[in-house]
Design a protein around this ligand. Structure first.
Ligand code: SF4
Ligand code: SF4
Length: 124
């Protein structure tokens, strides 16, 4: 069982790994809908990253769909951008980095944890 300290460390480590992987090529920033150097917290991926990491770390499965579901249920469900009917105007385009880069984010988690997912099931 993870202690609070080790969980915190993992979240910070995962955030750093995701930043190094995603931010340098991020089209959400290019589209002007994500972060800004003076307002990085506008990015939903990192605004909600503790929940993103928590959802993934709490999911023990070799099926990527379980991780996608965990993100939808534990992150999108508390995001202010999601409507009451579960829809999100930013999802499906290049306006939410979490949605746009979910496969890559999962890959980072895979590398960090050594888990192997069924890529054939990968679907953001
Ligand atoms: S929008 Fe998010 S993922 Fe994209 S560059 Fe900014 S902080 Fe990184
Ligand atoms: S897909 Fe929509 S609801 Fe989910 S984190 Fe992104 S902006 Fe929020």
């Amino acid at each position: 069982m993870r202690t609070g300290a080790s969980m915190r460390l993992q979240v910070d480590e995962l955030a750093a790994l995701v930043r190094s992987r995603i931010c340098r090529e991020c089209e959400v920033r290019e589209a002007g809908e994500g972060c800004h150097p003076e307002a990085p917290d506008r990015c939903k991926l990192f605004e909600l990253f503790p929940l993103v990491a928590q959802a993934i770390l709490a999911t023990d499965s070799h099926d990527i769909q379980d991780y996608v579901r965990a993100i939808r249920e534990n992150v999108c469900s508390v995001c202010l951008e999601q409507a009451l009917d579960g829809s999100c105007a930013l999802r499906g385009g290049t306006q939410c980095a979490l949605d746009s880069y979910l496969p890559q984010i999962v890959e980072v988690i895979e590398e960090a944890t050594g888990k192997k997912f069924q890529r054939g099931n990968l679907c953001a």
